[in-house]
Design a binder for this molecule. Structure first.
Ligand SMILES: Cc1cc2nc3c(=O)[nH]c(=O)nc-3n(C[C@H](O)[C@H](O)[C@H](O)COP(=O)(O)OP(=O)(O)OC[C@H]3O[C@@H](n4cnc5c(N)ncnc54)[C@H](O)[C@@H]3O)c2cc1C
Length: 307
Protein backbone atom coordinates (compact mmCIF):
# COMPACT_ATOMS: atom_id res chain seq x y z
CA UNK A 1 0.00 0.00 0.00
CA UNK A 2 1.39 3.44 -1.00
CA UNK A 3 1.92 5.73 1.99
CA UNK A 4 0.71 9.30 1.44
CA UNK A 5 2.34 12.32 3.02
CA UNK A 6 -0.86 13.92 4.33
CA UNK A 7 -4.44 12.85 4.82
CA UNK A 8 -6.87 15.68 5.48
CA UNK A 9 -10.20 14.83 7.05
CA UNK A 10 -12.96 17.30 6.14
CA UNK A 11 -13.43 19.38 3.01
CA UNK A 12 -14.59 22.70 4.46
CA UNK A 13 -12.55 25.89 4.15
CA UNK A 14 -9.89 24.59 6.56
CA UNK A 15 -9.45 21.22 4.84
CA UNK A 16 -9.52 22.54 1.28
CA UNK A 17 -6.97 25.26 2.07
CA UNK A 18 -4.71 22.74 3.83
CA UNK A 19 -5.03 20.55 0.72
CA UNK A 20 -4.11 23.45 -1.56
CA UNK A 21 -0.96 24.27 0.40
CA UNK A 22 0.06 20.63 0.86
CA UNK A 23 -0.35 19.72 -2.80
CA UNK A 24 1.42 22.88 -3.99
CA UNK A 25 4.31 21.80 -1.74
CA UNK A 26 4.37 18.58 -3.84
CA UNK A 27 3.24 16.43 -0.91
CA UNK A 28 1.01 13.50 -1.83
CA UNK A 29 -2.32 14.66 -0.41
CA UNK A 30 -5.59 12.83 0.11
CA UNK A 31 -8.69 14.64 1.35
CA UNK A 32 -11.76 12.83 2.67
CA UNK A 33 -15.14 14.59 2.64
CA UNK A 34 -18.27 12.81 3.78
CA UNK A 35 -20.83 15.27 2.36
CA UNK A 36 -20.20 18.20 0.02
CA UNK A 37 -16.99 20.19 -0.43
CA UNK A 38 -17.14 23.58 1.25
CA UNK A 39 -18.58 22.34 4.53
CA UNK A 40 -20.81 24.80 6.37
CA UNK A 41 -20.18 27.66 3.96
CA UNK A 42 -21.81 25.64 1.18
CA UNK A 43 -25.06 26.03 3.18
CA UNK A 44 -25.21 29.78 2.91
CA UNK A 45 -26.44 31.90 0.08
CA UNK A 46 -24.26 34.99 0.05
CA UNK A 47 -20.82 35.47 1.61
CA UNK A 48 -20.02 39.16 1.94
CA UNK A 49 -17.05 39.06 4.29
CA UNK A 50 -14.54 36.86 2.48
CA UNK A 51 -11.73 39.14 1.26
CA UNK A 52 -11.34 39.53 -2.48
CA UNK A 53 -15.03 39.44 -3.40
CA UNK A 54 -16.31 43.01 -2.91
CA UNK A 55 -19.45 42.15 -4.88
CA UNK A 56 -19.99 39.08 -2.61
CA UNK A 57 -19.95 35.44 -3.67
CA UNK A 58 -22.35 32.60 -3.04
CA UNK A 59 -21.42 29.87 -0.57
CA UNK A 60 -21.85 27.33 -3.36
CA UNK A 61 -19.49 29.12 -5.72
CA UNK A 62 -16.71 29.69 -3.20
CA UNK A 63 -16.92 26.01 -2.21
CA UNK A 64 -16.69 24.92 -5.83
CA UNK A 65 -13.74 27.24 -6.49
CA UNK A 66 -11.84 26.03 -3.41
CA UNK A 67 -12.40 22.41 -4.45
CA UNK A 68 -11.25 23.12 -8.01
CA UNK A 69 -8.13 24.93 -6.79
CA UNK A 70 -7.07 22.09 -4.45
CA UNK A 71 -7.61 19.50 -7.22
CA UNK A 72 -5.70 21.59 -9.77
CA UNK A 73 -2.48 21.10 -7.80
CA UNK A 74 -2.96 17.39 -7.30
CA UNK A 75 -5.10 16.82 -4.22
CA UNK A 76 -6.99 13.57 -4.47
CA UNK A 77 -10.52 14.08 -3.13
CA UNK A 78 -12.36 11.04 -1.83
CA UNK A 79 -16.02 11.37 -0.95
CA UNK A 80 -16.13 9.07 2.03
CA UNK A 81 -16.50 9.38 5.77
CA UNK A 82 -13.41 8.59 7.80
CA UNK A 83 -14.38 6.15 10.53
CA UNK A 84 -11.16 5.70 12.47
CA UNK A 85 -7.46 6.60 12.72
CA UNK A 86 -4.89 4.13 14.01
CA UNK A 87 -1.37 5.29 14.95
CA UNK A 88 1.46 3.06 13.76
CA UNK A 89 5.19 3.54 13.92
CA UNK A 90 5.71 7.07 12.44
CA UNK A 91 2.55 6.71 10.38
CA UNK A 92 -1.24 6.39 10.68
CA UNK A 93 -3.80 4.07 9.19
CA UNK A 94 -6.96 5.95 8.20
CA UNK A 95 -10.05 3.81 7.67
CA UNK A 96 -13.36 4.45 5.94
CA UNK A 97 -16.12 1.87 5.55
CA UNK A 98 -14.61 0.68 2.26
CA UNK A 99 -10.89 1.16 2.41
CA UNK A 100 -7.86 1.94 4.50
CA UNK A 101 -4.93 4.24 3.68
CA UNK A 102 -1.58 4.75 5.31
CA UNK A 103 -0.25 8.28 5.80
CA UNK A 104 2.70 9.95 7.48
CA UNK A 105 0.60 12.83 8.86
CA UNK A 106 -3.04 13.79 9.40
CA UNK A 107 -4.86 17.13 9.46
CA UNK A 108 -8.16 17.11 11.32
CA UNK A 109 -10.57 19.58 9.68
CA UNK A 110 -13.96 18.02 10.48
CA UNK A 111 -15.51 21.31 11.62
CA UNK A 112 -18.56 21.57 13.80
CA UNK A 113 -22.27 21.17 13.35
CA UNK A 114 -24.64 23.73 14.84
CA UNK A 115 -27.42 22.31 16.91
CA UNK A 116 -30.76 22.66 15.24
CA UNK A 117 -34.23 22.99 16.73
CA UNK A 118 -35.39 19.90 14.84
CA UNK A 119 -38.84 21.37 14.17
CA UNK A 120 -40.93 21.24 10.97
CA UNK A 121 -40.00 23.93 8.44
CA UNK A 122 -36.52 24.55 9.83
CA UNK A 123 -34.60 22.56 7.24
CA UNK A 124 -36.64 23.79 4.27
CA UNK A 125 -36.25 27.46 5.29
CA UNK A 126 -32.54 27.40 6.20
CA UNK A 127 -30.93 30.20 4.18
CA UNK A 128 -34.42 31.63 3.57
CA UNK A 129 -34.87 33.31 6.92
CA UNK A 130 -33.59 30.58 9.22
CA UNK A 131 -29.96 31.21 10.14
CA UNK A 132 -27.33 30.02 12.58
CA UNK A 133 -24.83 32.83 12.00
CA UNK A 134 -25.51 36.49 12.86
CA UNK A 135 -22.21 37.84 11.51
CA UNK A 136 -22.94 36.13 8.23
CA UNK A 137 -26.61 36.86 7.70
CA UNK A 138 -27.52 39.78 10.01
CA UNK A 139 -27.24 42.41 7.25
CA UNK A 140 -30.05 40.70 5.30
CA UNK A 141 -32.49 41.63 8.10
CA UNK A 142 -32.22 45.42 7.98
CA UNK A 143 -35.48 47.01 9.20
CA UNK A 144 -36.97 43.53 9.78
CA UNK A 145 -38.51 41.83 12.81
CA UNK A 146 -36.78 38.66 13.89
CA UNK A 147 -36.59 36.12 16.67
CA UNK A 148 -33.50 34.70 18.35
CA UNK A 149 -33.83 31.26 19.92
CA UNK A 150 -31.63 30.53 22.94
CA UNK A 151 -30.71 32.02 26.30
CA UNK A 152 -26.97 31.60 26.58
CA UNK A 153 -24.03 33.87 25.89
CA UNK A 154 -24.02 33.35 22.15
CA UNK A 155 -27.76 34.05 21.87
CA UNK A 156 -27.29 37.35 23.75
CA UNK A 157 -24.07 38.35 22.02
CA UNK A 158 -25.39 37.57 18.56
CA UNK A 159 -28.79 39.08 19.42
CA UNK A 160 -27.16 42.36 20.45
CA UNK A 161 -25.24 42.37 17.16
CA UNK A 162 -28.46 41.73 15.23
CA UNK A 163 -30.13 44.83 16.69
CA UNK A 164 -27.83 46.84 14.40
CA UNK A 165 -30.12 45.65 11.62
CA UNK A 166 -33.44 44.42 12.98
CA UNK A 167 -35.93 46.94 14.31
CA UNK A 168 -37.47 44.42 16.70
CA UNK A 169 -35.90 41.28 18.10
CA UNK A 170 -37.71 38.78 20.31
CA UNK A 171 -35.62 36.34 22.31
CA UNK A 172 -37.49 33.05 22.61
CA UNK A 173 -36.22 31.08 25.58
CA UNK A 174 -37.45 27.82 27.06
CA UNK A 175 -36.80 28.93 30.67
CA UNK A 176 -37.92 31.94 32.70
CA UNK A 177 -34.40 33.32 33.04
CA UNK A 178 -31.31 33.52 30.87
CA UNK A 179 -28.18 31.41 31.16
CA UNK A 180 -26.03 34.18 29.68
CA UNK A 181 -23.41 35.98 31.77
CA UNK A 182 -24.84 38.89 33.81
CA UNK A 183 -23.11 41.58 31.76
CA UNK A 184 -24.66 40.30 28.52
CA UNK A 185 -28.05 39.86 30.18
CA UNK A 186 -27.95 43.45 31.39
CA UNK A 187 -26.99 44.78 27.97
CA UNK A 188 -29.74 42.78 26.28
CA UNK A 189 -32.36 43.80 28.82
CA UNK A 190 -31.48 47.47 28.44
CA UNK A 191 -31.66 47.34 24.64
CA UNK A 192 -34.95 48.95 23.53
CA UNK A 193 -35.12 46.76 20.40
CA UNK A 194 -35.04 43.48 22.40
CA UNK A 195 -37.94 41.84 24.18
CA UNK A 196 -38.18 38.39 25.79
CA UNK A 197 -40.65 35.58 25.37
CA UNK A 198 -40.12 33.28 28.37
CA UNK A 199 -40.95 29.60 28.95
CA UNK A 200 -41.47 29.18 25.24
CA UNK A 201 -40.22 26.94 22.45
CA UNK A 202 -40.55 27.16 18.67
CA UNK A 203 -42.80 24.37 17.52
CA UNK A 204 -42.92 25.05 13.79
CA UNK A 205 -41.45 27.51 11.27
CA UNK A 206 -43.71 28.55 8.42
CA UNK A 207 -43.36 30.44 5.17
CA UNK A 208 -43.77 30.03 1.47
CA UNK A 209 -40.41 31.00 -0.05
CA UNK A 210 -39.11 32.63 3.13
CA UNK A 211 -39.88 32.69 6.84
CA UNK A 212 -43.17 34.44 7.66
CA UNK A 213 -44.44 32.93 10.88
CA UNK A 214 -43.53 30.69 13.80
CA UNK A 215 -45.74 28.66 16.08
CA UNK A 216 -44.67 29.31 19.64
CA UNK A 217 -45.59 26.99 22.48
CA UNK A 218 -45.63 28.08 26.11
CA UNK A 219 -44.28 25.06 27.96
CA UNK A 220 -45.94 26.03 31.26
CA UNK A 221 -49.53 26.10 30.02
CA UNK A 222 -49.08 24.31 26.65
CA UNK A 223 -50.79 27.10 24.72
CA UNK A 224 -49.68 27.56 21.10
CA UNK A 225 -49.81 30.85 19.22
CA UNK A 226 -48.80 32.29 15.86
CA UNK A 227 -46.03 34.85 15.86
CA UNK A 228 -45.21 36.80 12.71
CA UNK A 229 -41.50 37.12 12.00
CA UNK A 230 -39.09 37.70 9.11
CA UNK A 231 -36.27 35.62 10.50
CA UNK A 232 -35.34 32.93 13.00
CA UNK A 233 -31.79 32.93 14.37
CA UNK A 234 -30.97 29.75 16.25
CA UNK A 235 -28.22 29.81 18.90
CA UNK A 236 -28.74 26.67 20.88
CA UNK A 237 -25.15 25.48 20.63
CA UNK A 238 -22.60 23.86 18.30
CA UNK A 239 -21.15 20.39 18.52
CA UNK A 240 -17.70 19.54 17.23
CA UNK A 241 -17.50 16.65 14.75
CA UNK A 242 -14.83 15.03 16.90
CA UNK A 243 -16.28 11.62 17.81
CA UNK A 244 -13.81 10.09 15.35
CA UNK A 245 -10.80 11.18 17.44
CA UNK A 246 -12.21 10.75 20.95
CA UNK A 247 -9.64 8.78 22.90
CA UNK A 248 -6.95 9.48 20.29
CA UNK A 249 -6.16 13.20 20.69
CA UNK A 250 -6.84 15.44 23.67
CA UNK A 251 -10.20 17.24 23.55
CA UNK A 252 -11.45 20.15 25.65
CA UNK A 253 -14.49 19.84 27.93
CA UNK A 254 -16.82 20.59 25.02
CA UNK A 255 -15.23 18.00 22.73
CA UNK A 256 -13.17 20.39 20.56
CA UNK A 257 -9.64 19.29 19.64
CA UNK A 258 -6.98 20.92 21.80
CA UNK A 259 -3.95 22.31 19.97
CA UNK A 260 -0.57 23.23 21.36
CA UNK A 261 2.27 25.32 19.98
CA UNK A 262 0.18 26.51 17.04
CA UNK A 263 -1.83 23.71 15.43
CA UNK A 264 -0.27 20.51 16.75
CA UNK A 265 -2.57 18.14 18.62
CA UNK A 266 -1.51 15.98 21.55
CA UNK A 267 -0.41 13.27 19.07
CA UNK A 268 2.79 13.86 17.03
CA UNK A 269 1.98 13.97 13.34
CA UNK A 270 -1.70 14.93 13.81
CA UNK A 271 -2.66 18.59 13.33
CA UNK A 272 -6.02 20.37 13.60
CA UNK A 273 -7.47 23.39 11.80
CA UNK A 274 -10.74 25.33 11.66
CA UNK A 275 -13.87 24.93 13.73
CA UNK A 276 -12.93 21.50 15.07
CA UNK A 277 -10.22 23.25 17.08
CA UNK A 278 -10.67 24.49 20.62
CA UNK A 279 -10.73 28.31 20.62
CA UNK A 280 -11.19 28.71 16.86
CA UNK A 281 -12.97 31.77 15.48
CA UNK A 282 -16.06 30.59 13.64
CA UNK A 283 -15.50 32.30 10.31
CA UNK A 284 -14.48 31.04 6.89
CA UNK A 285 -11.46 33.28 6.53
CA UNK A 286 -9.97 32.07 9.81
CA UNK A 287 -10.69 28.41 8.97
CA UNK A 288 -8.81 28.90 5.68
CA UNK A 289 -5.94 30.64 7.48
CA UNK A 290 -5.65 27.74 9.91
CA UNK A 291 -5.76 25.25 7.04
CA UNK A 292 -2.74 26.98 5.52
CA UNK A 293 -0.92 27.01 8.86
CA UNK A 294 -1.64 23.33 9.57
CA UNK A 295 -0.32 22.31 6.13
CA UNK A 296 2.90 24.27 6.71
CA UNK A 297 3.27 22.69 10.17
CA UNK A 298 2.74 19.24 8.68
CA UNK A 299 5.29 19.99 5.96
CA UNK A 300 7.89 20.93 8.59
CA UNK A 301 7.04 17.76 10.55
CA UNK A 302 7.50 15.59 7.43
CA UNK A 303 10.87 17.19 6.66
CA UNK A 304 12.09 16.11 10.12
CA UNK A 305 10.77 12.54 9.91
CA UNK A 306 13.43 9.85 9.54
CA UNK A 307 13.17 8.44 6.02
C1 LIG B 1 -25.54 29.20 7.44
C2 LIG B 1 -24.10 29.61 7.65
C3 LIG B 1 -23.65 30.79 7.09
C4 LIG B 1 -22.33 31.15 7.27
N1 LIG B 1 -21.90 32.31 6.68
C5 LIG B 1 -20.62 32.71 6.85
C6 LIG B 1 -20.15 33.91 6.23
O1 LIG B 1 -20.89 34.63 5.54
N2 LIG B 1 -18.84 34.24 6.43
C7 LIG B 1 -17.99 33.48 7.18
O2 LIG B 1 -16.80 33.84 7.30
N3 LIG B 1 -18.41 32.35 7.79
C8 LIG B 1 -19.69 31.95 7.64
N4 LIG B 1 -20.13 30.81 8.27
C9 LIG B 1 -19.18 30.05 9.10
C10 LIG B 1 -18.25 29.20 8.20
O3 LIG B 1 -19.00 28.46 7.27
C11 LIG B 1 -17.39 28.27 9.05
O4 LIG B 1 -16.68 29.03 9.99
C12 LIG B 1 -16.40 27.48 8.21
O5 LIG B 1 -17.09 26.76 7.20
C13 LIG B 1 -15.60 26.51 9.06
O6 LIG B 1 -14.79 25.73 8.20
P1 LIG B 1 -14.17 24.33 8.63
O7 LIG B 1 -13.43 23.84 7.45
O8 LIG B 1 -13.42 24.48 9.90
O9 LIG B 1 -15.39 23.38 8.98
P2 LIG B 1 -16.71 22.99 8.20
O10 LIG B 1 -17.13 24.02 7.25
O11 LIG B 1 -17.65 22.56 9.27
O12 LIG B 1 -16.26 21.72 7.33
C14 LIG B 1 -15.98 20.50 7.90
C15 LIG B 1 -16.20 19.41 6.85
O13 LIG B 1 -15.76 18.16 7.37
C16 LIG B 1 -16.63 17.13 6.92
N5 LIG B 1 -16.47 16.00 7.84
C17 LIG B 1 -16.78 15.95 9.16
N6 LIG B 1 -16.47 14.74 9.66
C18 LIG B 1 -15.95 14.01 8.64
C19 LIG B 1 -15.46 12.67 8.53
N7 LIG B 1 -15.40 11.85 9.59
N8 LIG B 1 -15.02 12.23 7.33
C20 LIG B 1 -15.06 13.05 6.23
N9 LIG B 1 -15.53 14.32 6.28
C21 LIG B 1 -15.96 14.80 7.47
C22 LIG B 1 -17.99 17.79 6.96
O14 LIG B 1 -18.90 17.13 6.11
C23 LIG B 1 -17.67 19.22 6.48
O15 LIG B 1 -17.82 19.34 5.09
C24 LIG B 1 -21.44 30.38 8.07
C25 LIG B 1 -21.89 29.19 8.65
C26 LIG B 1 -23.21 28.80 8.43
C27 LIG B 1 -23.69 27.50 9.04
Amino acid sequence: MAVSDIIIIGGGGAGLTAALYASRAKLSTLLFEKLTPGGQIALTDIVENYPGFPEAITGGEISQRMEEQAKKYGTQLLYEEVKSIHPKNNSFEVRTSNQSHETKSVILAMGASFRTLAVPGEKELTGKGVSYCATCDGAFFKEKEIIVVGGGDSAMQEGLFLTRFATKLSVVHRRDKLRASPILQERAQKNPRINFIWDTVVEKIEGDKKVQNVKLKNIKNNSVRDFRTDGVFVFVGHDPNSSLVKGLVELDEKGYVKTFNTLKTSVRGIFAAGEIRSGAVKQLVSACGEGCEAALEAQAYLEDLPS
